[in-house]
Design a protein around this ligand. Structure first.
Ligand code: ATP
Ligand code: MG
Length: 449
């Protein structure tokens, strides 16, 4: 989290004493603003004179030169009017959350969330009764953090009612208004706080925010599994997820979210290897590998985490295979042992476990001999070069030899697999068939006794 943030050059507006609600600067033209789909949506929404602004993540990320994920747009027009304007322009409009004022415009693969300016007049847990407004500052005030309350007109003019620009530059993640109250209104904001801190913050974290999170962490159990999943995944994607999890632990928040997390050192080293320590094609942050890194090697616990985070069947299987594997790669492992493990778990699993085992080793703090790093890299190279091999005999060969179909076939094949493995997967089909015949003959001889 100690990284420098390079901000986009914003042309400031002088003079100093601007009337409230004036723009504070201008963002240079952005590709995503000039893209045909964005221009078409903006043109549709402004066709009859309405003012629209980009809001939320796209403005924040453009200022940091980070890639834009989705584009949120705000307007004074009601959702019905937004829908009509889009349809008039031939743009597909989906009523995603009419009660909260959200319509999604779809052009090809591009999605735009268009939200009517609003204030949350009454909140109950995660739900709010909303009232539409024509005041941009009122809309900004219901947003969670100052860096998320920035907005920008299609001509690049930036509006910053809560000093989000300065906070963004300084790595300060601050609630708009009173942290305690904002979390009371919506406990999801507690997780969003740590998530945004993980991606945009620099230490020290905001004292008021931390105190409010600590005081209300027990309410996290009220969040749905889907919400937990989404937030934990985004949190784990951060450059240094271990640092943030430790911060959450220090403030008694983690016990309400991921009490099973314990190997922070391994997670930290793994994230370092993924992000900076190793430069390999295809290697980057991997959420499930990171989750496995921070859990203890306890299959039941890992299965519990998978259930709580609503992981899919495939995700659960992968998490379990990484968190509690029957066998781990080792820097001292000889070629043959490596091949055997590669054959059993495949190249992807082998790569994951090599990274996890290496991270574990580095995290223990023992001094590692200089050559050991190279041995771990050799294991990764071996996984990259691995081509899957298949047993050169099949069930059909056993049927041809007169063994009736049924469980006996599987037993023979398992024996063959072991023999093949002992021979380091070198046997040709002819050699394998010869051995199979011997096994069958031995079996028959045994049967006759
Ligand atoms: P990203 O999409 O990159 O995760 P984002 O800031 O766009 O980040 P969204 O969840 O898409 O986040 O929400 C868009 C905007 O809506 C936010 O920037 C924030 O202003 C506001 N917002 C979203 N969720 C909340 C919330 N729970 N409480 C208050 N404001 C929120
Ligand atoms: Mg967004």
């Amino acid at each position: 989290m100690d990284r420098r943030i390079g901000m986009a050059k914003v042309t400031p507006i002088v003079p100093e004493d601007l009337p409230p609600g004036s723009p504070v600067g201008q963002l240079p033209p952005q590709d995503w603003m000039r893209a045909a789909a964005t221009r078409a949506v903006v043109a549709a929404l402004t066709a009859e004179g309405a003012e629209v602004r980009f809001v939320g993540g796209c403005v924040r990320d453009a200022l940091l030169h980070r890639p834009i994920r989705d584009i949120d747009i705000a307007t004074r027009d009601t959702p019905d009017r937004v829908t009509a304007l889009l349809r008039q322009a031939g743009i597909r409009a989906i009523p995603t959350g009419i009660a909260h004022g959200t319509v999604t415009a779809v052009i090809g693969t591009a999605h735009f969330e268009i939200t009517t300016l609003r204030s949350d007049v009454e909140t109950f847990g995660r739900h709010a009764r909303v009232e539409f407004t024509d005041d941009w500052t009122v809309d900004a005030a219901r947003r969670d953090f100052t860096i998320n309350a920035l907005s920008c007109r299609p001509d690049g003019m930036i509006f910053d009612p809560f000093d989000g620009l300065a906070d963004l530059g300084a790595g300060r993640v601050r609630f708009v208004g009173n942290a305690m109250r904002r979390i009371e209104e919506d406990v999801l904001r507690l997780l969003r706080y740590f998530r945004f801190y993980a991606h945009y913050g620099r230490p020290p974290a905001d004292v008021d925010a931390l105190a409010a999170c600590r005081a209300q962490a027990h309410k996290l159990s009220g969040l749905s599994g889907e919400r937990l999943r989404a937030e934990v995944m985004k949190l784990l994607q951060a450059p240094d997820p271990a640092g943030v999890l430790l911060l959450m632990q220090g403030h008694h928040v983690l016990r309400h979210l991921l009490p099973e997390a314990r190997d922070f050192g391994r997670l930290r080293v793994l994230a370092f290897l993924e992000m900076r320590g190793l430069v390999r094609p295809g290697l980057g942050p991997d959420i499930l590998r990171r989750l496995a890194a921070v859990l203890g090697a306890d299959a039941r616990e890992a299965a519990g985490v998978a259930r709580r985070l609503r992981l899919s069947r495939a995700e659960t299987d992968r998490l379990l295979s990484l968190a509690a594997p029957p066998e781990m790669p080792d820097a001292d492992m000889d070629e043959r042992a490596a091949r055997r493990l590669l054959h059993r778990i495949g190249a992807a699993g082998f790569r994951d476990l090599t990274l996890l085992a290496w991270a574990r080793r580095k995290a223990t703090g023992d001094r590692m001999p200089a050559a050991e790093g190279q041995r771990w890299i050799d294991l990764l190279d071996r996984a990259d070069a691995w081509r899957p091999v298949r047993l050169p005999v099949h069930g059909r060969d056993l049927l041809d030899l007169g063994i009736p179909g049924g469980p006996r076939i599987g037993l023979f094949l398992a024996d063959m697999e072991r023999w093949w493995e002992d021979g380091d997967y070198r046997a040709s089909r002819a050699e394998a068939l010869a051995h199979l015949r011997t096994l069958v003959a031995l079996y028959r001889a045994g049967e006759q006794q």
